[in-house]
Each structure stands twice: as structure tokens, then as C-alpha cells.
Ligand binder design. Structure first.
Ligand code: NAD
Ligand code: MG
Length: 348
């Protein structure tokens, strides 16, 4: 199954996203696989049975969002200098979104930019992070505040890797799949309602549809001047939840699931979504054990925290509000009173 990302229309770098078992591939150049100990332990032997290169190196960085930082980037860059990588050399990101974002960022700055390939191993990175060319790292000011747009040369999505994924990590990926369906594709949403993602064929089809949706959006708006922001559905609320719970209680996708429920409540208040449609979205999230409730202790404080989001300008908060199921509105004119009264419903 191949999905071609039609980026040529906006930039001269379209690339293929292959959703299938990896096939044997040889690269006639220097290649470094960037990964972490967990992914390497589980899947590196399999990858090395498929990938070969003129010279092949493995670079490992520590596992975890807290290591998505300058130190890990330096580890990657130093290794490239030590092995005398040049402009024709290439990186392979082998892991979840943390590895993908950092590998892409290192590739974007090493000697002003070298090629890289994504081989994502979590559901979230297969359906979201590996596609679209956003790369970067965190610093003490926040998440993903340093980075570059640098598109991969190819993305290889092999669902086989997902068999070892813990169930909460699987759910976090499902949340991002639901996000794509609610914002852009009603037919896809109905497919998800009727099917079970634990079934490998269903999962492969869902990955394909999610990737196709994201690819179409990125092709229209690569650098997020407009439409691409719709992919932040659930994220404006979700980021506040992650912030309030110090990034400990919820995985990102779990916070986004609650955030989508909050955005839906806002849509109901604005007359943009029916109660019935909102409960269908909630039911779909709950089918995969995603959280859909949250105790907002103080709605004013919650509201203030929106302003920490880098996607908000100083005075306005941009909300992504669904319009029914399958369409979306990007708006900075949602009244504060409307949001506060939605948040009050999430109090005890
Ligand atoms: P992650 O990369 O931290 O992976 C989650 C955990 O699963 C890690 O411990 C990882 O080692 C482990 N893991 C990876 N593959 C596994 C496998 N096959 N089996 C068992 N365990 C495995 O987290 P994630 O959810 O993949 O990605 C989140 C990151 O992605 C965040 O940093 C976020 O900012 C970024 N992101 C980027 C974009 C983008 O457009 N660039 C989009 C969404 C998210
Ligand atoms: Mg996300």
C-alpha cells in the first residue's frame, strides 16, 4: 500500500510514504540509524535484516521526552563529525516521535542540511509525527520551541513494530487518528466507529487514511499559515491539561482526547456541533480507553494558561472548533465567557 504525499505543488520535495512490511533496501552512502535503547532492544535486529549501507552506524540517545534536548542533538552531531559524514550522507530516524523530531532536526542543521528517512515505531509517530516535516527539540522555555521544517526523503511505516507497543501508547496514537477524522473526514470517522483497530487489517487501513489526511493538509499548508493549524484540534485545551498535571499524569494523546471533548462542548455552545455528534466522538475515544473527563479546579486559571501556548498571539487565543464531524473552524473570536462556561462544566 503506497500513499504519495503530493508536496510538489508547494515545494519541490514530494516524497513517498510506504505503509507495508519493510523490504530489503541498500543505500550506497554513509548512513546513521538514530534510535534509543528500548527501540533498539526490541527491533534493531529486524531493521538490520532489511537495511544495509556502504557504511552503517548506530547512534543511540536516551529514551524519553526529557531527553529531547540540545544534549541529545549534540550527541548525534558529534557522532556524524567523528564518522566524517558529508552532504551526501543520510540519517534514519528509528523510534517514536521524540526520535523522529530530533533526527530530523539534526539532519536539518548538519552541514546546512542532509537527507533523512523516517521509520516510525509508535502509532502516534506513524500517523502524525513522521509526516509533514516538523522537526525540533525542547528547551527550558517549552516544548518544540526550537526546530526547523525539514521534510524527510521517505517515510516507511511498518505496522509490525506496533505489536510491542504498550496499550496506553497505542491509545495515544488512536487519539490523533480520531483528531484527523473529526476535523477532515466524516467517512473515515464512520469507518472508525464501525471497526476495531486491534484488527491488523483495520489498523493498516486507519493508518493509511490518517496519513493521507495529514499529507493532504501539509501539501496545502506546509508551514502552518492556516489550514494546518486545524491539526491542533484538542491541543489548545490538551496543552493546558498537560501543563496543569506537569506532563506526568497523561500521555500527550490522552490529554488531546480530553481536549477534543472540551472543544466539542465549545462547538455545541456555539451551535456548530450537535450533542449527538459530540457523544459519538466521546464514545469512540472511550472505546480505546482514552480519558474524556477532567477536573478543572479553577476555570480562570485554566483560561490564563492558554496564553502560554506558542500558537496563541498575545491577545487572542486560536481555537480549533469542529463543525459537526468532518469539518473544522479555526477561529480566534471565541468569547471568553463561552469558554469559561464550558470549563465550569468540567469542574467537580
Ligand atoms: P516517544 O517517541 O517518546 O515514544 C513513546 C515510548 O514508546 C518511548 O518510550 C519509546 O521508546 C517507546 N517505543 C517506541 N516504539 C516502540 C515500540 N515499537 N514498542 C514499544 N515501545 C516503543 O513518543 P511518541 O508518542 O511516539 O511521540 C511523541 C513526540 O512526537 C513528542 O515529542 C511530540 O512533540 C512529537 N510529535 C511531533 C509531531 C510532528 O509533526 N513533528 C507530531 C506529533 C508529535
Ligand atoms: Mg499531537
Amino acid at each position: 500500500m503506497q500513499v504519495n504525499i503530493p508536496l510538489k505543488k508547494v515545494v519541490d520535495n514530494s516524497y513517498n510514504i510506504t505503509i507495508d512490511s519493510l523490504t530489503k533496501t541498500h543505500f550506497d552512502t554513509k548512513v546513521a540509524i538514530v534510535t534509543n535503547p528500548k527501540v533498539a532492544g526490541l527491533h534493531l535486529a529486524y531493521l538490520l535484516s532489511k537495511i544495509s549501507a556502504k557504511e552503517l552506524y548506530i547512534i543511540t540517545v536516551s529514551d524519553g521526552e526529557e531527553y529531547k534536548n540540545q544534549e541529545s542533538i549534540d550527541t548525534i552531531l558529534e557522532s556524524l563529525f567523528n564518522h566524517r559524514f558529508n552532504r551526501k550522507s543520510m540519517l534514519i530516524a528509528f523510534g517514536g516521535g521524540v526520535i523522529g523530531d530530533m533526527t530530523g532536526y539534526a539532519a536539518s542543521i548538519y552541514q546546512r542540511g542532509i537527507d533523512f528517512i523516517q521509520i516510525p515505531t509508535t502509532l502516534l509517530s506513524q500517523v502524525d509525527a513522521s509526516v509533514g516535516g516538523k522537526t525540533g527539540m525542547n528547551n527550558s522555555y517549552g516544548k518544540n520551541l526550537i526546530g526547523a521544517f525539514h521534510q524527510p526523503k521517505a517515510v516507511y511505516i511498518d505496522p509490525h513494530f506496533l505489536t510491542t507497543l504498550p496499550s496506553r501508547e497505542f491509545g495515544a496514537g488512536v487519539a490523533e487518528i480520531v483528531k484527523m477524522a473529526v476535523t477532515f473526514n466524516r467517512g473515515f470517522f464512520e469507518f472508525l466507529e464501525s471497526a476495531d483497530l486491534k484488527n491488523p487489517d483495520v489498523l493498516q487501513e486507519a493508518i493509511k487514511q490518517a496519513v493521507q489526511t495529514k499529507a493532504d493538509v501539509v501539501a496545502k499548508d506546509e508551514k502552518e499559515h492556516g489550514l494546518r493549524a486545524a491539526l491542533n484540534y484538542g491541543h489548545t485545551f490538551g496543552h493546558v491539561i498537560e501543563n496543569e498535571t506537569k506532563y506526568k499524569k497523561y500521555l500527550h494523546g490522552e490529554a488531546v482526547a480530553i481536549g477534543m471533548v472540551m472543544a466539542n462542548e465549545t462547538a455545541i455552545s456555539m451551535g456548530l456541533m450537535s450533542v449527538e455528534e459530540a457523544s459519538r466522538v466521546k464514545a469512540l475515544l472511550e472505546k480505546y480507553d482514552l480519558p474524556t473527563t477532567y477536573n478543572v479546579k479553577n476555570s480562570d486559571n485554566f483560561y490564563e494558561t492558554f496564553f502560554l501556548d506558542k500558537k496563541s498571539s498575545d491577545s487572542n487565543i486560536t481555537f480549533i472548533i469542529p463543525v459537526g464531524i468532518g469539518d473544522v473552524s479555526i477561529t480566534d473570536s471565541v468569547k471568553m465567557e463561552v469558554v469559561i462556561s464550558v470549563l465550569n462544566k468540567f469542574g467537580e
